[in-house]
Design a protein around this ligand. Structure first.
Ligand SMILES: CC(=O)SCCNC(=O)CCNC(=O)[C@H](O)C(C)(C)COP(=O)(O)OP(=O)(O)OC[C@H]1O[C@@H](n2cnc3c(N)ncnc32)[C@H](O)[C@@H]1OP(=O)(O)O
Length: 410
């Protein structure tokens, strides 16, 4: 008879939290222990947490944790879906590669299905972990370095920049609303529930090195930016940039690029950011890297596909492979006037001879969902099986007018 493994996930209890903080602190170089008030503040953001204790070891040490937040994510067309935002996944170095992540994610997926969540999101510590669970990278960011002395705007500076530094009260009052307005304009944007703002606005010291300043908030009627200065290098790092309108984008960047004494400004921006195009010398904005920002997994494939809008009408049969959470199957996607209906009845190819067909994994479909990676790139990489007509239709359907960008790391 097999002895059951003592290493089974269970729901986290109140008394587990100090150890949860310790386990994640070791993995991600976070501070621990945390004051009780900060633990309570964090717990308020969590929708469900799992832990594993090694009950065969002295003291039953906590050896694994995984949790999720319910986080709105903007999908193409502007609707906000509640996503299962997977986070704080950590298995102690002593217990890795023994299947604990797999076990926790089996239970997490069951919790999400029970909660009726149509989509899951995460920001990944490494690129090789999550595809096996049906996640795909879906939002990307450019890391840019701007040389203020090379910045030469094509348009004249306005008499008034329309931008002001916020007082503590103005920041607390205006930023959540500005962020929410911004999030509606970007596919992939992660919305921030009210419980998220206290820790963001607290700007605790561990998030930065000791030679950097507090966050300085620049407020505009239609956006905001938050940056800090590095005192030794006299460089600036833009930590948040949310512009609802092109005018706010220009006005805020004008102030940022006009910071006297600052030798370099770094930021993470959407891959379609327009700043270089607004300057006479586009090389003033140096792109130093591209990173995957947000990973997405469609949990309820028909519901998620029906929630976004599409760039072109048409009908296509998607044969989706999964191998993890039972999402394999045939999905007949029909788009009329940009709105989708999805039929999951299996239809033999000869019954719908005129309908284009494509075979792809749920991970690839999830990457395409936000408009971050076009079908033709996946097809060229051998990861979608379809003829040219089907690929052209997928490209036209899934294209978005703005590049997806998440804007929140969690
Ligand atoms: C959303 C987030 O929270 S991202 C943060 C993830 N956490 C971290 O990076 C913290 C440090 N790392 C860890 O805590 C652990 O190594 C984890 C969580 C990444 C993996 O936990 P483990 O319990 O070792 O994973 P487990 O044994 O269940 O492995 C599951 C599968 O993932 C693979 N895998 C695990 N870690 C990695 C990795 N870092 N890179 C690539 N593949 C990996 C395993 O090989 C295994 O593959 P297979 O079963 O398909 O053959």
């Amino acid at each position: 008879m097999n002895t059951p493994s003592p290493l089974q996930p269970r729901l986290a209890r109140y008394e587990d939290w100090p150890e949860i903080i310790t386990v994640d602190a070791r993995s991600f170089a976070l501070p621990a222990p945390l004051p009780e008030a900060e633990i309570a503040e964090f717990r308020a953001k969590v929708a469900g947490a799992l832990v594993v204790r090694d009950e065969g070891s002295d003291g039953d040490p906590l050896v694994a944790v995984s949790l999720y937040h319910e986080l709105p994510v903007t999908v193409p067309g502007g609707a906000a879906l509640t996503s299962a935002g997977l986070s704080w996944v950590s298995v102690t170095a002593t217990h890795r590669r023994r299947g604990l992540l797999r076990r926790m994610l089996t239970d997490q997926f069951a919790m999400w299905r029970e909660a009726g969540l149509p989509i899951a999101t995460l920001t990944a510590s490494e690129g090789g972990i999550y595809e096996r669970f049906g996640f795909g990278p879906a939002c990307f960011a450019h890391s840019v370095a701007i040389a203020p002395t090379a910045v030469d705007w094509r348009t004249p500076a306005p008499a008034d920049s329309r931008v002001r530094y916020g007082t503590r009260e103005q920041i607390a009052q205006q930023i959540p609303e500005l962020h929410a307005r911004w999030a509606r304009t970007r596919p992939g944007a992660i919305g921030r529930p009210a419980t998220w703002w206290p820790s963001i606005l607290a700007d605790r010291g561990f998030r930065r090195n000791s030679q950097t300043s507090d966050l300085y908030y620049l407020l505009h009627r239609d956006g905001y930016a938050a940056y800090r200065l590095d005192a030794r290098e006299m460089s600036a790092t833009v930590e948040e940039f949310c512009a609802v309108t092109p005018q706010a984008h220009t006005d805020l960047w004008r102030v940022l690029t006009g910071l006297d004494l600052v030798t370099s400004i770094s930021a993470k921006v959407p891959v379609d950011d327009t700043l270089p195009l607004e300057l006479r010398n586009a090389r003033a904005v140096q792109i130093n890297g591209r990173s995957d920002e947000l990973w997405v997994s469609l949990l309820d494939v028909p519901a998620a596909l029906a929630a976004r809008t599409y760039g072109a009408d048409g009908t296509i049969m998607l044969t989706v492979t999964d191998g993890w959470a039972g999402r394999d199957g045939e999905y007949l996607l029909t788009v009329t006037d940009g709105q989708a209906t999805v039929d999951t009845a299996t239809v033999p190819a000869d019954a719908l001879p005129a309908v284009p067909r494509a075979e792809l994994s749920v991970s690839v479909l999830s990457s395409m969902y936000t408009g971050g990676i076009p079908a033709r790139q996946f097809a060229a990489a051998g990861r979608i099986r379809a003829d040219d007509e089907a690929i052209a239709l997928l490209d036209a359907m899934f294209a978005t007018s703005r590049a997806p960008f998440a804007g929140t790391y969690f």
